[in-house]
Ligand binder design. Structure first.
Ligand code: NAD
Ligand code: ZN
Length: 380
């Protein structure tokens, strides 16, 4: 038992009071975990686009004040009633989606879309009692994605915590709790390229480069990176991307450019842009007969996917994936092991490091599209 178990913990958190305004680092109280919940001491957190979208709250429901953050790593401080598989001191990755273990999805080998703990961007409270565990002078502060990792302590449903190897460095593996696992899993679990095959990656941000890392691990021989931003190409070389296409530099559709480069189309494609045109191109650029396209990017809510049905009849497959098809609790420990066994490279994704007091700078980097992942240390 830790000596803070059962008590509220006063600690520092970065609170977002208003859309697009700098976060304020201030003292909050973090209530003890209730049934099936766990209180976690966050050691490192990083910033992902989803934090930015909801902080800007442009196309999203504005919910403020709120504590953002969902890509992180930490250590269990105390557990609530009924939690039997996690103990004080366990190293954990909080995940924005969960695994209750009981629902039809959790029981299916194929799905990771848990009914109980599936992502809910509009919920600012805990599931069990509809209340927040964060407060300032008794006034509640909203949670975000059930994780709220921009706080020294947070409370998370135990089904949203993956217990990982305590020897794994938390300042590296924290990036596996969202974007990197998403791209990696999209390739390894869904596109499944064969050794020696060709893979097209649309969008060379962190998610797309993680998909490229998956292609490298799978032994693909050609990895074609497609992006509208030429600056992305240099960085992408470190991720095994062998050829580049900028759709803006061609006057024919990019799917046609790729078909010409590959004698009819790539074996696999993974779309990581969220742009509807890129989604259609990603599908239409795969080879007939066997090509598989996987959509990862989150589109505008009104976007409609249009293609001629003949493209499907000609034996192309279109798939989509959520969190790389990984079940967070069951599968993340083995993704961490891939890093520990040096099969998966993570260091190349980490382009910036900041202390918690500088968290607003991490937002600036992301707004400017600078770098890939910025690790924020909660300790200094
Ligand atoms: P990012 O903004 O860093 O990268 C996207 C890249 O796509 C940019 O380099 C941009 O220039 C490029 N791009 C945009 N439109 C393009 C087009 N038409 N053609 C070619 N390139 C284009 O974003 P990211 O953090 O890497 O995330 C990528 C996507 O993955 C986002 O849509 C994000 O919401 C989504 N995502 C999905 C899941 C999931 O579970 N499905 C999880 C996390 C993130
Ligand atoms: Zn479930």
């Amino acid at each position: 038992m830790s000596n803070t178990a059962g008590l509220a913990i006063p600690c520092k958190a970065a609170v977002s009071w208003e859309a697009g305004k700098p976060l304020v680092i201030q003292q909050v109280e973090v209530a003890p975990p209730q049934a099936m919940e766990v209180r976690v001491k966050i050691k490192y957190t990083s910033l992902c686009h989803t934090d930015l979208y909801f902080w800007e709250a442009k196309g999203q429901t504005p919910i403020f004040p709120r504590i953002f953050g969902h890509e992180a790593a930490g250590i269990v401080e105390s557990v609530g009633k009924g939690v039997s598989d996690l103990q004080v001191g366990d190293h954990v990755l909080p995940v924005f989606t969960g695994e209750c273990g009981d629902c039809a999805h959790c029981r299916s080998e194929e799905s990771n879309m848990c009914d109980l703990l599936r992502i809910n961007t509009d919920r600012g409270v805990m599931l069990s009692d509809g209340k927040s565990r964060f407060s300032i002078n008794g006034n509640p502060i909203n949670h975000f994605l059930g994780t709220s990792t921009f706080s020294e302590y947070t409370v998370v449903h135990s089904g949203c915590l993956a217990k990982v190897d305590p020897l794994a460095p938390l300042d590296k593996i924290c990036i596996l709790s969202c974007g990197i696992s998403t791209g990696l899993g999209a390739t390894l679990n869904v596109a499944k390229p064969k050794k020696g095959s060709s893979v097209a990656i649309f969008g060379l941000g962190a998610v797309g480069l993680a998909a490229a890392e998956g292609a490298r691990i799978a032994g693909a021989s050609r990895v074609i990176g497609i992006d509208l931003n030429r600056n992305r190409f240099e960085e992408a070389k470190k991720f095994g991307v062998t050829e580049f296409v900028n759709p803006k530099e061609h006057d024919i559709p990019v799917q046609q450019v790729i078909a010409e480069m590959t004698n009819g189309g790539v074996d696999r494609s993974v779309e990581c842009t969220g742009n509807i045109n890129a989604m259609v191109s990603a599908f239409e650029c795969v080879h007939d007969g066997w090509g598989v396209a996987v959509l990862v990017g989150v589109p505008n809510k009104d976007a409609v996917f249009m293609t001629k049905p003949i493209n499907l009849l000609n034996e192309r497959t279109l798939r989509g994936t959520f969190f790389g098809n990984y079940k967070p609790r069951t599968d993340l420990p083995s993704v961490v092991n891939m890093y520990m066994n040096k099969k998966l490279e993570l260091d190349k994704f980490i382009t910036h490091r900041l202390s918690f007091s500088e968290i607003n700078k991490a937002f600036e980097y992301m707004v400017k599209g600078e770098g890939l992942r910025c690790i924020i240390s909660m300790e200094d």
